[in-house]
Design a protein around this ligand. Structure first.
Ligand SMILES: [Zn+2]
Length: 306
């Protein structure tokens, strides 16, 4: 996905933000090793196999989250974390009211992300006021955070991270693809942030996975207790299927820090399931590892534990 930002300050949540859905290419599909078909339990009820920690469904109009629930049921997903993008954020108070009603109706199955863009606030304090209200009104995480045209540790990004740390919201970010949340080899700017906000849970997504072969992903997950990654985008971007045995070892080693996610959204209705669903079968992970990745880590992180 790519996006461009235009900010209107008079309406706090009325930002226009064009998001173009990039076609996900599964370059390594052809390299997929021949594996016997794996039987997946069909969804018998809402108690599905997966918590999908990364989706984007519209939520501001009547019935929009009902469509998300239908998608979840057809994909054996019990719960999701739904992140707003610019075009799915509420544009006015009426939309926000409807959005909160929609989430209240599905609060046991759909967790709500909230986001503000770096140019929308001028201070940490300003961000804290907004995010405090978001949390009071049910938001469980900040994101998807695109630092458009910013380095990952740009001061404009830092004030958002600091506000999240103060309010107590985890952060899920889209990582450096040359125009957003940019960083260098070895991810030093991300590491700066992990060191600065050790009490803030930070979740990687996107091109972060490209650093898997050179070892930075594993090093950061192992070093920083506040650091997680969701597995959306791994299939197309990280070469997971090029070396399934090595990938399997990585997933087992970092089982406590990984979240199942697909980056599905309103564009996914009626389409084939995201490749991450099949990946979980192809990896043939130990049951306890799969349970952590597909459910338990998300339950812990987003407050769904009893
Ligand atoms: Zn996303």
């Amino acid at each position: 996905m790519s996006s461009s930002v235009s900010v209107t300050r008079s309406l706090r949540l009325a930002t226009s933000f064009a998001v173009i859905l990039a076609t996900t290419t599964f370059a390594f599909e052809k390299d997929k090793p021949a594996t016997p078909p794996v039987t997946v339990e069909p969804p018998a009820s809402s108690a599905g196999r997966f918590i999908d920690a990364h989706v984007h469904f519209h939520a501001c109009k009547t019935g929009e989250l009902d469509k998300a629930i239908a998608w979840m049921t057809s994909n054996n997903v019990q719960r999701v974390i739904n992140y707003p993008l610019a075009q799915s954020r509420p544009k006015n108070d009426a939309e926000r009211k409807q959005m909160l009603e929609n989430y209240a109706k599905h609060k046991d199955r759909i967790g709500r992300g909230c986001v503000i863009f770096p140019d929308e606030v001028n201070s940490v304090e300003e961000a804290v006021v907004i995010l405090t209200r978001e949390k009071q009104e049910g938001a469980v995480v900040f994101g998807e955070h695109y630092g458009e045209n910013l380095k990952f540790d740009d001061p404009k990004n830092l004030r958002l991270y600091e506000a999240c740390a103060k309010v107590g919201l985890p952060i899920m970010f889209h990582y450096s693809d040359r125009t957003r949340n940019m960083d260098e080899k070895g991810m030093p700017r991300l590491e700066n942030v992990l060191k600065l906000y050790t009490n803030c849970m930070i979740i990687a997504h996107g091109d972060w996975w490209r650093s898997l072969p050179e070892g930075s992903c594993g090093r950061l997950l192992q070093t920083y207790t506040n650091f997680y990654a969701d597995i959306s985008c791994t299939v197309g971007r990280a070469g997971i299927r090029r070396d399934m045995e090595r990938s399997r070892e990585f997933f087992i080693k970092h089982a406590d820090k990984l979240l199942f996610g697909t980056d599905s959204g309103w564009w996914s209705f009626g389409k084939s399931p995201a490749p991450e669903f099949a990946l979980m079968d192809e990896l043939k992970l130990p049951k306890e590892v799969e349970e952590k990745m597909c459910r338990k880590n998300a339950e812990r992180l987003f407050g769904w534990t009893k």
